[in-house]
Design a protein around this ligand. Sequence first.
Ligand code: MN3
Length: 208
Amino acid sequence: MNESYKFENIPLPYGYNGLEPYIDGKTMELHHGKHLQNYINKLNALLEPYPYLQNKPLDWLVKYAYTLPEALKIPVAQNAGGVYNHFFYFEELSDNGNSEPAGEFKEYLEKYYPSFAELTANLASAALSVFGSGYAWLAINRRKAPVIVTTPNQMTTLTEDLYPLANIDVWEHAYYLKHYNDRAGYIADWFKVADWRIIGERFNALWQ
Ligand code: MN3
């Protein structure tokens, strides 16, 4: 996530219909083309009058938004968070079907979770527990242990010094057209399209 101003949307590595039947094409089209694009447009507009912020990478803006001038703090946190969280979310999904952790990532997780099913059950339970809009995350803490946490709205884990591996967007715009109020059904479907090979690459990149 080293991009900086002027931010542009990243094309999906799969078609809008690529995640069906788990996540429908219309939801993906609106989520990527409208919701994410709106965060990108707002972030660019916020940074446009501030050249000294235009070379800051996205993860810096997310992490240090609250050090910015008063008028920028909250809107930059919200919109940089919205861009970061969605780039992260769309990147980890794939049309290659279900997959599980492999290699060193699998061995690492096995030290902390008796089974992959237990990890996914805990992550699903966290996603279900989010009150209102937000995310559930699998992240790595400073002791290099995995943690499952939730964040409200467009907050990230970076401000907590937790390095994210995966996030489940549980804003209603992520699922309402297909799943209506059935968040649990959407979460189960998220696991059908989450690509643990990509999540494992994020894990590997943390130690380099
Ligand atoms: Mn979203």
